[in-house]
Design a protein around this ligand. Sequence first.
Ligand code: ZN
Length: 211
Amino acid sequence: MKFLIKVALLLFCTIHVAWAASIVIDAGHGGHDPGAKRTFDGVTYLEKNLTLKISQQVAQEFRTHGHDVAMTRTKDQFLNLNTRLLKGRQLCQNAFISVHIDASRQEKQTQAQGATVHVYPTANTRTRKIAQATQRALNPKRRYKISRFRVIRDKKPSCVSMLVEMGYLNNPNDLKKLNDPKYQREISKKLAQSVSNGLTKYKNYAILNSI
Ligand SMILES: [Zn+2]
């Protein structure tokens, strides 16, 4: 009987570990949802393709920091918001990062540029500290924002949850950079490094929700 209990316990632990990841990367959009879309010089760029490419780089960079990483999608696939929320809630141990590309409302080119980090209004102090550090690392000209993006709410308090807009699709400079594999690697490296450092540095900060 004792043996059976041990086996059951071992099985439970194995399944539990298999279902958890230090970091969850959520590549925005996919499938029939292209996200933002802009055409420059006859070429059409879709947010869903860029988010997937960059998310794969971000995942790779987190792995070099010793984290195990899960992705909500690894191909051009549509996932509804609830699936993303559920995966984040089930899997995330340390951080959930939703990757997007910004686009200003007007079709025309924008002066706005660079990355913006978003956290949910109920984000705890630890999440805010890490968001601030990450914003500084990615684009010091901006401040991180408090936004009601549903995909980053309802996570475990220990899971730092943020949405990162990597740049602007309708800013030609950003678009050129975001399509460059070297820049994709660079920005992914900064993001992974900043979050990894933050997780260690702010380990003891309050993780109770702020409101
Ligand atoms: Zn998006």
